[in-house]
Design a protein around this ligand. Structure first.
Ligand code: C2E
Ligand code: MG
Ligand code: MG
Ligand code: MG
Length: 288
């Protein structure tokens, strides 16, 4: 049967493509319903200082609690939400909720929020961030917006202007998943990022693979000399931590310390780290 934009390769894999297409369509329908039914929640993963073991803050990660499928991974549904134009609405919800949550934390803690490249195209990102800050009362320098290189790939000039406006509000900007995709060190000179997050694919085999370790070292070296903070993603073992410490990596996230935590369970974690310190500094408990 006839199909639009069918290339020869497409036709060749048609049964498989049909299955993927229909799953996508099904997810799109479910997603629209989920937005109306409010089926999303935020989990927060701790960001730790490598050197001092202090809690620096949390990254907000969206979760979809589907009535029959259980928790659906954002890796599955965020791309679909982007494709069908739902990401702006979803992204605004994440921004509002993350800022509101963080406004109740000790002032030493930041919150990091992931923002899709598609949200840059909609023209509402800057005003949405402004509104989230104003309504929550969160100070702008406690909000960090995580983008990926794809933001710098498309319509670069417009997007850089938006990044400048966000920076103008006092918000911090982090470059997420660095080292993957189209990564080049040149991106680091396109904008004065507050932070680089080293993709977990380099962290995973940092002990065995001299190439990964060399890349991590290069990112830390260049980023640090540009005045950027460095976070290693996906740290799962104390051996990885040892190497990162030797390489002078500033901060880490990963299962070694903690998976993302449902927001209702954050209290004890914050209390453990910041309890005695009031709002000045959140000091070491664990042997990270
Ligand atoms: P990301 O921003 O790079 O987030 C890090 C991902 O790594 C998260 O997956 C986190 O749960 C996972 N992770 C953390 N520590 C470890 C570890 O030690 N080992 C391993 N294997 N994984 C670890 P998650 O929550 O499934 O999110 C996947 C991606 O979905 C995120 O990657 C981000 O790109 C996107 N995403 C999540 N929440 C949002 C959101 O609110 N808005 C947008 N636009 N994208 C989001
Ligand atoms: Mg992220
Ligand atoms: Mg990442
Ligand atoms: Mg990622």
């Amino acid at each position: 049967r006839a199909k639009k934009d069918s290339g020869s390769a497409y036709r060749f894999f048609e049964p498989e493509m049909d299955r993927i297409e229909s799953e996508r369509r099904q997810m799109a329908i479910e997603l629209r319903r989920a937005v109306i039914e409010n089926e999303f929640e935020l989990h927060f993963q701790p960001i730790m200082s490598v050197k001092t073991g202090q809690l620096r803050g949390f990254e907000a990660l969206i979760r979809w609690s589907h009535p029959t499928r259980g928790m659906v991974s954002p890796a599955e549904f965020v791309p679909v939400a982007e494709e069908i134009g739902l990401i702006e609405q979803l992204g605004a919800w994440v921004m509002d909720e993350a800022c509101r949550e963080a406004a109740g934390w000790p002032h030493s803690l930041i919150v990091a929020v992931n923002v899709s490249a598609q949200q840059f195209g909609g023209g509402k990102l800057v005003s949405g961030v402004e509104r989230a800050l104003a309504e929550s009362g969160l100070h702008a320098n406690r909000l960090e917006i995580e983008i990926t290189e794809s933001v710098l790939l498309n319509e670069t000039d417009d997007n850089i202007e938006i990044l400048r406006q966000l920076r103008g509000l006092g918000v911090r900007i982090a470059l997420d998943d660095f080292g993957t995709g189209y990564s080049s060190m040149g991106y680091l000179t396109k904008f004065p990022f507050s932070r680089i997050k080293i993709d977990r694919s380099f962290v995973r085999n940092i002990r065995e693979n001299v190439g990964s370790r060399a890349i991590v070292r290069a990112i830390i070296g260049l980023g640090s000399s540009l005045g950027m903070d460095i976070t290693a993603e996906g740290v799962e073992t104390s051996e990885q931590l040892d190497v990162l410490r030797d390489e002078n990596c500033g901060e880490l996230q990963g299962y070694l310390f903690s998976p993302p935590i449902p927001r209702q369970n954050l209290g004890p974690v914050i209390e453990a780290y910041c309890g005695d310190q009031g709002e000045t500094g959140c000091v070491v408990q664990a042997d990270v």
